[in-house]
Structures are given as C-alpha cells and as structure tokens.
Design a protein around this ligand. Structure first.
Ligand code: HEC
Length: 218
C-alpha cells in the first residue's frame, strides 16, 4: 500500500534538493552572464565638460590691474592681474565681490652667459620667454554644475587654464587648482589676497620673492 506521508516527504526533499541545486548552478551562471554587461555600462556620474566655463579675459594686460608679482627660486616671475571692478568694490578684509576675475601669467628670467638670471635696476628678474599657460580664477554666485570640469569646488570660484600664445584652452588637471587653492579658504581662496589689500591701500605693485620652486605655496 502506498505510504502517502513517506512519498510526500520524499517529494519535498527532492524539490528542496532541486531548488538548492538550481540556485547553486544558476546564480553564478547569471552573475557570469551579467558581469561583462555590468562592466560596459558607463558610470552614472554626470558628464563633465572638457573645460570649465571660465574665459580668458581679452587684453587683460591693458584692461586689468597688475597688483602683484611673485619671483621664485626657479627663476620664474609671475604677474598677477585683477579686474578693475573687483578692486573698485574691494572692502578692507572682506571677500572679493561677485564677478571678480584674477589672471596670473609667468615668464622665465633672461640669463647671462653664465646662466645667472638678469636683473633690472630694482633687482627684479628681466622677463624672457613666457610660460606656456595663463591661469584664471573667476568668482560668481550663479555657476551651474556644468560650468565645472569636475566636482572640486573652492567657494564661489572656478578656474581656467589657457595657452599664452593663442588663448585656446590649455589641457591640465583642473582639480589640482581647487585642491591647492583650498588651503587659502581663510583669504577668499587667493594666495595673494594680502597683495590685493596692499594695492587697494597704496596703489603700488607688490613684489614677493619665494625661495621655493614651482607652485609650492610660500
Ligand atoms: C600646488 C599649488 C597650486 C596649484 C596646483 C595651482 N595654484 Fe594657483 N597659485 C598658487 C600659488 C602659491 C599662487 C601665488 C603666486 C605664487 O606664489 O606663485 C597662486 C596664484 C594663482 C592665481 C592668482 C591669485 C592668487 O591666488 O594669488 C590664480 C588666478 C591661480 N593661481 C589660478 C590657478 C589655476 C587656474 C590653477 C590650475 C590650473 C592653479 N592656480 C593651480 C598655487 C597653486
């Protein structure tokens, strides 16, 4: 006679075996099928533009105000310019006004026959060949996320880099601008904020000698 409970229990065991077995076989199979597909799907991050929305101001050497020059151990001298409206709107030790644009360009010092830098009557480097890029910082409250190359931010500032010769975009890793300038968040993200103050008070260009090379903050 058919032992119904025994048959049911055998059947249940069989089903459980099949179920567990198919999970063991199917899950890795499914993952293997999905894995290549997952890799080929682009990351969900927003599509950043190749360059920021900052523009190189035209004729800044004529229309902007040269407020500071930094000379360095590696015989590079950098002139720094600020938009005139920013200076007009400057308030002592207050952050610079919305719309401020600051430009920094560099030159290698000319050298004598011994390779020593030539100096003018005031002891400053005589400018030779320009560095290939010009850096620009622009402050605005109405930037859109698509105006930035990446996710890095420095207050309301955005940065741009341009070829000295043509004014076309200069290709460099823009997050570095933000990373380095963020260490000056107590001076409105500018290294030469004190020079802006000095210029506003005295009207004379401030020269600094920095005994470090490259972009190392002094
Ligand atoms: C490793 C640090 C570092 C990086 C990276 C850097 N800067 Fe600077 N930047 C400085 C320092 C320091 C000064 C002050 C001038 C000097 O000492 O040469 C300066 C000055 C400036 C100024 C003049 C205003 C100010 O802050 O005094 C602008 C504009 C500027 N940088 C833009 C840029 C842009 C654009 C980039 C990226 C393409 C950039 N910087 C990357 C360190 C850096």
């Amino acid at each position: 006679m058919l032992n119904l409970p025994a048959v049911a229990s055998w059947f249940a065991r069989r089903m459980r075996f099949l179920l567990v077995g198919s999970v063991i076989v199917l899950v890795p199979l499914l993952l293997a099928v999905l894995a290549p597909a997952r890799q080929s799907v682009p990351p969900p991050a927003a599509d950043p533009p190749p360059y920021s929305a900052v523009r190189l101001p035209e004729n800044y050497r004529e229309t902007f105000i040269h407020y500071a020059t930094v000379e360095r151990r590696d015989r590079i001298t950098r002139d720094i310019y600020i938009s005139p409206d920013a200076l007009a709107g400057y308030r002592l030790n207050r952050p610079l006004p919305d719309g401020t644009v600051v430009v920094i360009e560099g030159y290698y010092a000319q050298t004598d026959a011994d390779g020593q830098p030539l100096r003018d009557d005031d002891g400053h480097f005589v400018r030779g060949e320009p560095l290939e890029m010009v850096h620009v910082a622009e402050k605005r409250t109405n930037w859109s996320p698509g105006d930035f190359v990446g996710v890095a931010r420095s207050g309301n500032w955005n940065f741009g880099s341009f070829q000295y010769d043509t004014g076309a975009y200069f290709d460099e890793i823009m997050s570095r601008c933000f990373d380095c300038h963020n260490s000056t968040d107590n001076t409105d993200f500018l290294y030469t904020f004190a020079d802006v103050t000095r210029f506003a008070q005295t009207g004379t260009v401030h020269f600094t000698y920095c005994d470090l090379s490259g972009r190392s903050p002094c």
